[in-house]
Design a protein around this ligand. Sequence first.
Ligand SMILES: Cc1cc2nc3c(=O)[nH]c(=O)nc-3n(C[C@H](O)[C@H](O)[C@H](O)COP(=O)(O)OP(=O)(O)OC[C@H]3O[C@@H](n4cnc5c(N)ncnc54)[C@H](O)[C@@H]3O)c2cc1C
Length: 418
Amino acid sequence: MTNYSAFESLRHAVSGRPWSRAWRNPEPKSQYDVVIVGGGGHGLATAYYLAKEFGIRNVAVLEKSHIGSGNAGRNTTIILANYLLAGSTEFYGHSQKLWDTLSSELNFNVMFSPRGQILLLNSSEDVDGAVRRSNIMLRHGIDARLLDRAAMQKLVPHLDYRPTARFPIWGGLLQPSGGTARHDAVVWGYARAASQLGVDIIQNCEVTGFLRDGGRITGVETTRGRVLSKKTAMAVAGHTSQLGEMAGLRLPIESHLLQAFVSEPLKPLLDHVIDFVSHGQFYISQSDKGGMVFGGDLDMYNSYAQRGNLPAVRDVASLAVSLMPCLGRVRLVRHWGGINDMTMDGSPIISKTPLEGLYLSGGWGYSGFKATPASGWCFSHLIARGENDRLSAPFSLDRFARGATIDEAGTGPIPRLH
Ligand SMILES: Cc1cc2nc3c(=O)[nH]c(=O)nc-3n(C[C@H](O)[C@H](O)[C@H](O)COP(=O)(O)OP(=O)(O)OC[C@H]3O[C@@H](n4cnc5c(N)ncnc54)[C@H](O)[C@@H]3O)c2cc1C
């Protein structure tokens, strides 16, 4: 496979030769050392680090549709590390560091844009909370800066600063290294790098069941035949509960729809990623093509429906124009949905399961895109070594039984309060 470089670009431009395929398209073999179910960012990153860090290359990633067709290709691409709780702070801090060098690591431009992410502060309580949050971030080596109202007005002039504003702006918490990356490029970059190391990426191959020998998983049934594996890993996001059920596991995960929106392209309007969580949820950034990319809260009922609906358009549009009145005249061009896998404490699961040979990465909820590099890194360690590394140890499945939940959502381990 070609190494991408300025020299190769020039060579192809001069010779007119087409580029070779970015990843191979093999037939599934009958047996692998590791089968990973799910060709999203997490499954592909896991395959890449298994091959690169642990030399395990007899690996297949089985994807029921095309790679990146799930949440990896549907998210609003926000990357940040402003977490509060022990466990989350270290994990997301590590992920943030991996983003810095991901393009050169994969020899693929993932268009990581550390343009700065700002959490809006809309009350004195928000400011108090942000002081605590920023101290925790700084203690963990994550950059954080508190902004007062005047600094906000200078950095993000198009928010509503009028005295009559629906959500008065008291200030912001800036993480300068936060930002966005191009979601498809992350999927393609990991796929290409994994394939180059020998991983088989098999698209249009749905897993329909698990093969077992007593309490041990020995492979999977697929729409393209039976595939045996020494170890099997699930990285299927919103479908985790369905796959879990096929294996006979009842997991502390619910599936909810999350929707996102993009406007017509505009001239540069917003330099930062803005997050608003004070009254409901809203986040917005401007894509490289100029579209305003934004989203809101989950649909608060369980669903596997991967599509948008009008009540969410109304709620999210109302927050958008309340916070940035100039958006009132902008046309929406697309709107879509993805299925989020929500755990009862708002934190992910990277874990062995009660079934020998079956591993789980799930419960990523709203936060899985930013977690992609660290998730792949930690999950590959678990699969290769049979035990969690230091960073992912807090996210094991048995935390729910032990009462060691990581209540990062701030709502307690209560279903439907995500
Ligand atoms: C609208 C929206 C906005 C979001 N915004 C952000 C954000 O700004 N920042 C952030 O950090 N996170 C965000 N997220 C969350 C993030 O997108 C996900 O947590 C992350 O992409 C999960 O990655 P994944 O690889 O685990 O899942 P996916 O990309 O969903 O991959 C799972 C794959 O498994 C496949 N699959 C399912 N069942 C089977 C089967 N039986 N056999 C074979 N394959 C199967 C699916 O087709 C899918 O491709 C958002 C999510 C949504 C929906």
